[in-house]
Write a protein that binds this ligand. Structure first.
Ligand code: ZN
Ligand code: ZN
Length: 368
């Protein structure tokens, strides 16, 4: 069938909606009509910088939509079901069977390669194949083909307005919130420092407050983001160019933080995230740095103070369990993520990107 999608011909190329052809679902696939999709920094960086995957490709990986057709082997979903889409995983490797699907041994193949595991392409533009299955979805489109493994049922109590906002829970929001709730696990009364107050950082701040953390320090370059951070739970907000930033943060945290999170993927900022920690502090980082990016650490400081550094993918979250948890936090007023979002027509994706980069919008949501 014909679908419309934002096709990336090569990084930096102008983005436009195009009509593509989509194969019918195979037995283990289902077709989802996209209702809304978030725009994540991983999309933006791939739209702008070269990356080692063949193009053209359809990006987008924070989709929410309605199941339209299911393959013959699909059991858990049926046409009409509302679903939230998250990253894909193989379900059989040692990580997947150990309930750690975000560290799937085939994470790259299932989420970045843009083809089915058998090497086939489900999208085409005339005679030319188009890569898809980005994070198992390629949701910058009117429709996408997904597997049951990367779809989550949306509970009936979620109204349509909330449903349109849910897509980012499948990546950015679960990444930041999961970093706190699943990995770094600060305790009530402790201090947390979040470096970078984009949507991922904001999710981490909301989660930390929900966990009873009493000192939450937000750091960012953009003043308006810091104001919002204070509105959703940060107790302190500092501009990234503040003189003696590390010393100030350590003082605010009473001699160093128990937990820090870097969301910027910049090695200098990640080093700062280690330096603000007190004894036995735990530092997590979630950004996608370029392959080969090196980090310089003070080995003596790390050892003498028992510090831990942990990379985190998708907040260690298993979307099927974690998204209902986030929805319950939201319903209790503890995860007010609706304050981050702003809607754009899918055709205006370039304006959404510009607003995201300038800090005007924390989390753009695109409507096909
Ligand atoms: Zn796996
Ligand atoms: Zn993402």
């Amino acid at each position: 069938m014909d679908i419309t999608a934002v096709v990336l011909d090569h990084p930096g190329a102008p983005l436009a909606l195009r009509t593509l052809q989509m194969e019918d679902p195979r037995p283990d696939e289902m077709r989802v009509r996209v209702v809304a999709t978030g725009l994540c920094h991983t999309d933006i960086s791939m739209l702008q910088r070269p990356f080692p995957i063949d193009q053209p490709i359809v990006l987008g990986h924070e989709g929410a939509g309605v199941v339209e057709a299911t393959g013959s082997a699909v059991r858990d979903f049926q046409p009409g079901d509302r679903v939230l889409l998250s990253y894909n995983h193989c379900q059989t490797c040692p990580s997947c069977t150990a309930h750690a699907p975000s560290y799937c041994h085939d994470f790259f193949g299932r989420n970045f390669l843009g083809l089915r595991p058998d090497g086939s392409a489900a999208l085409s533009h005339g005679p030319r194949p188009v890569r898809h299955h980005f994070f198992g979805q390629s949701s910058f489109a009117s429709h996408c083909l997904v597997t049951p493994a990367n779809a989550v049922h949306v509970p009936d109590h979620v109204d349509d307005d909330l449903f349109r906002m849910l897509g980012p829970m499948g990546c950015g929001l679960q990444t930041g919130a999961g970093a706190m709730l699943n990995v770094l696990r600060p305790r009530p009364g402790q201090s947390v420092v979040v470096l970078g107050s984009g949507a991922v950082g904001m999710a981490a701040i909301m989660a930390a407050r929900a966990m009873g953390v009493t000192t939450v320090v937000a750091v960012d370059r953009v003043s308006s983001r810091l104001e919002l951070a204070l509105g959703i739970g940060a107790t302190h907000a500092l501009k990234a160019d503040t003189p003696e930033l590390v010393a100030q943060i350590r003082q605010i945290c009473g001699g160093g933080a128990q937990v820090s999170l870097d969301t910027t993927a910049h090695p200098d900022v990640l080093r700062m995230a280690l330096d603000v920690l007190g004894p036995l502090g735990r530092c997590g980082f979630v950004g996608g740095a370029a392959a080969g990016t090196a980090l310089s650490v003070d080995v003596r400081d790390m050892m003498l103070h028992g510090k831990t550094l942990r990379g985190i993918v998708e907040g260690d979250a298993n979307a099927r369990d974690f998204i209902p948890q986030l929805l319950r936090l939201h319903a209790s007023g503890l995860f007010p993520f609706e304050r981050l979002v702003r809607f754009y027509p899918l055709a205006e994706i370039q304006r959404a990107i510009d607003d995201s980069l300038s800090g005007v919008t924390l989390k753009p949501i695109l409507l096909p």
